[in-house]
Write a protein that binds this ligand. Sequence first.
Ligand SMILES: Cc1cc2nc3c(=O)[nH]c(=O)nc-3n(C[C@H](O)[C@H](O)[C@H](O)COP(=O)(O)O)c2cc1C
Length: 344
Amino acid sequence: MLYTLIRPFLFLLDAEYAHQLSLRLLKKFPRLLAKDSIDDAVEIMGIQFPNRVGLAAGLDKNADYFVELSALGFGFVEVGTVTPLPQPGNEKPRLFRLKEQQAIINRMGFNNLGVDHLLQQVKSRHFSGVLGINIGKNKQTDNDHAIDDYLTVLEKIYEIADYVTINISSPNTPDLRALQFGEPLKKLLGKLKEKQLDLYGLHDRYVPLVVKIAPDITVDQLATLSNILVETKIDGVIATNTTVSREYVKDSKFAEEAGGLSGAPLTDRSNQVIASLRKQLPEKFPIIGVGGIMNAEDAVEKIRAGADLVQIYTGFIFYGPDLIHDSALAIKNYFAEQKIMAKK
Ligand SMILES: Cc1cc2nc3c(=O)[nH]c(=O)nc-3n(C[C@H](O)[C@H](O)[C@H](O)COP(=O)(O)O)c2cc1C
């Protein structure tokens, strides 16, 4: 409700400035928007999630706000993408709000303060929620050496993460998406799995690895990718990242801006990818559905398509914390109805 009042002012500001301002205000007045989370506990990948609605990666890249964000009612929060070294990202402007289309185009380019900053932030806070950490490679690291970047970050954050997301699907780091296919993918995931098992032995704590994929992927590519996820014993998949397609936003003055498109124009495409993954992957393989959840019904639709958990980014910018609560409640009710139907 309060967010509905603030939003018109935020939307008058430059999009990136408005994001930063909102996060700073949230940190300063954490109780203003805080809400009890919907109680709908579920265990997935061996993790107890208080409810099935999470914050998607990219809003809190440096883990500066995750405790306050979590207090808005999220069942889990994913921070990052974090890279080994700090990097400034692309030149501004790099974030565009497509108000009519309920969408965002971004080409942030993994702007972040580096893994050491994130580590320090997480260690300095008391947090009892579920924390995912999304990892990537630095821009100047070429794909032949990408593995080293992912391994470096994984090793550093293993201890503090509840799960780790391998981001190979951002459209804003040149050639990153090539890591989603064939031998490069097999090699990358194989090495990360080895490292995960070493770290499991070392810390006596198993931290699941999930892979985040793009929506701009053919059915055949998805089939190969699914096989590799299973072969390399990856623990879960996040579908999807932003799209490079402009099919549904041709009329926007921002349509020609480079970057990834998120929000309402992504909903159907993301659902198709989730449904396709659900068909190709083993029955219980965890899927986290993300892309264009703009209302509670969209959240349930992701579950119907085959997701076990969902995440929100753009919808949260447009509709604020009520969307978290409404989505979590709608999903809880959906499962309750399913149970009743099954008994009939
Ligand atoms: C401004 C912005 C920055 C993002 N940064 C990241 C990122 O650093 N890492 C990542 O994996 N996804 C990132 N994403 C993608 C989101 O996590 C999500 O996958 C995508 O936006 C689709 O969900 P949505 O339609 O609910 O926004 C970003 C999205 C936006 C809008």
